[in-house]
Design a protein around this ligand. Structure first.
Ligand code: GLY
Ligand code: MN
Ligand code: MN
Length: 442
């Protein structure tokens, strides 16, 4: 897709968003959809704000992530309206005047104070579905987040438009550029903090933009699933490196994990390679009609086979899965929807009018239980870790005798492995946004 195509694909995206909003309002019996962008949150007893995060329901409409105090208003059959807050303010940088490929699609009203929005909102708040957080309330415009409206839009958000997939492709390009810089920093002996800075520099993003906090773990820290401490000084020896870090583009996320060994001819590198091969087989299962829960269960079998082939556990892979032994090494879900949010909404939705699809028994951390359809974008992120707490549970359990504890001890200083790609389900072969982006760098 070229830059010239962008206005057209965006227009088609917006038409789809309007179609969904119209149907959702009908479900809820409302006349207008009203979506506040949200506002800054402040630290307790302080005047310092947290990084501003736009309401995801707002950025579904247009690629603006930094205009707090603004609102989208949609009335079926009419052009969507944007109430755009451009305050008179000499303390902060003020949002620039609206411009870009999206501008022609909106009726835009500029306001100078947040309260001015009130006079441009529909006359009767009771007729509005207002999607937002409580602190966005303005006068009688209190977010009501009606369940039938949210159920409809969140369910259908699983099917990304071509515009959205293009935005995620661009987010992936930022992410892989930064992942390469992070690997270079690791091989040069940088600290976790130094690697994090190299990542942010290459992505040209920081806490204001990144879709989640970078996970940058050296050695044993690779076994901590959401390790975000970032030691300021390098360890004496950097044996291994796990980085789970994303990037954003126009409000859309990528979510990428890579694992590295300092010694590329050692046993830990072989473990990484084995997880990588398994991960690509799982990515290939991202096809229409596939129950995502099955990919998760198949991932357990893949990890169990690796555990047996490497001699870490001497059990049949099927019984490792049944008895929960594989879950001691792979203790999280195989992945999730991704899009406007890194963990995108609607993962358990049974239909566009509500209901929940249960997780498989014994798999409490899976975030997606739906059947895949074209346009779904999911992560595939198998892992294999040597986490002290879980290894102790295994040691205390009924299957301790099937584990080669010397091998576990030998791998423990390397933490663990996770490989994560973002994959688009299509009518044909899946599109791996992450691997395409890495390949484009070469
Ligand atoms: N980065 C969080 C996750 O992979 O889900
Ligand atoms: Mn993920
Ligand atoms: Mn991740």
């Amino acid at each position: 897709m070229t830059a010239q195509d962008l206005p057209m694909v965006y227009r088609q995206h917006l038409q789809e968003i309007q179609r969904r909003a119209t149907a959702a309002l009908e479900r809820g019996g409302f006349d207008h959809l009203v979506v506040p962008a949200g506002s800054a949150h402040y630290q307790v007893f302080d005047d310092r704000d947290y990084p501003y995060a736009v309401n995801p329901q707002f950025k579904a409409w247009l690629p603006l992530t930094r205009i707090p105090g603004s609102w989208v208003v949609f009335t079926p059959g009419e052009r969507p309206r944007l109430i755009y807050l451009q305050p008179f303010d000499y303390w902060h940088a003020v949002p620039e005047a609206p411009r870009g490929y999206w501008v022609d699609e909106f009726e835009i009203t500029i306001i100078r104070t947040a309260d001015d929005a009130l006079q441009h909102l529909p006359a009767s708040p009771a007729r509005c579905a207002i999607l937002g957080e409580p602190q966005s309330a303005l006068g009688d415009y209190v977010p009501n987040n009606p369940e039938p409206v949210l159920a409809y839009v969140d369910y259908h958000r699983a099917r990304k438009t071509p515009y959205e997939i293009e935005m995620m492709r661009l987010a992936s390009a930022h992410g892989v550029r930064a992942h390469r810089a992070a690997e270079r920093a690791f091989r040069a002996g940088a600290s976790e903090f130094g690697i994090h800075l190299a990542y942010c520099q290459a992505a040209r993003q920081d806490a204001n933009d990144l879709p989640y906090g970078n996970i940058v773990g050296l050695n044993e820290h690779g076994a901590v699933l959401h390790y975000t401490e970032r030691d300021r000084l390098p360890p004496r020896e950097s044996r291994s490196f796990l980085i789970d870090a994303g990037a954003s583009h126009a409000g859309y996320a990528c979510d990428i994990t890579r694992s590295y060994a300092a010694d590329t001819s050692g046993a830990f590198q072989q473990l990484i390679d084995a997880v990588d091969v398994a991960e690509q087989r799982l990515c290939d299962q991202v096809r229409p009609g596939v129950d995502y829960r099955q990919i998760h269960l198949d991932a357990h079998l893949e990890i169990a086979r690796i555990l047996r082939e490497t001699g870490i556990v001497d059990m049949a892979p099927e019984s490792m899965v049944e008895t929960g032994v594989s879950a001691k090494f792979f203790p999280h879900g195989i992945g999730h929807y991704i899009g406007l949010q890194v963990h995108d909404v609607g993962g358990f939705a049974q239909s566009d009018s509500g209901g929940t699809i249960d997780k498989p028994d014994g798999h409490p951390f899976l975030r997606l239980t739906r059947t895949l359809e074209p346009g779904a974008v999911v992560t595939i992120e198998p892992g294999l870790y040597f986490a002290d707490l879980l290894m102790q549970e295994l040691r205390d359990g009924a299957h301790a005798g099937s584990v080669d504890w010397d091998k576990v001890e030998a791998f423990r200083p390397f933490g663990g492995v996770r490989i994560e790609d973002d994959v688009v389900c299509t009518e044909d072969a899946p599109i791996n946004l992450t691997r395409e982006a890495f390949a484009a760098l070469e």
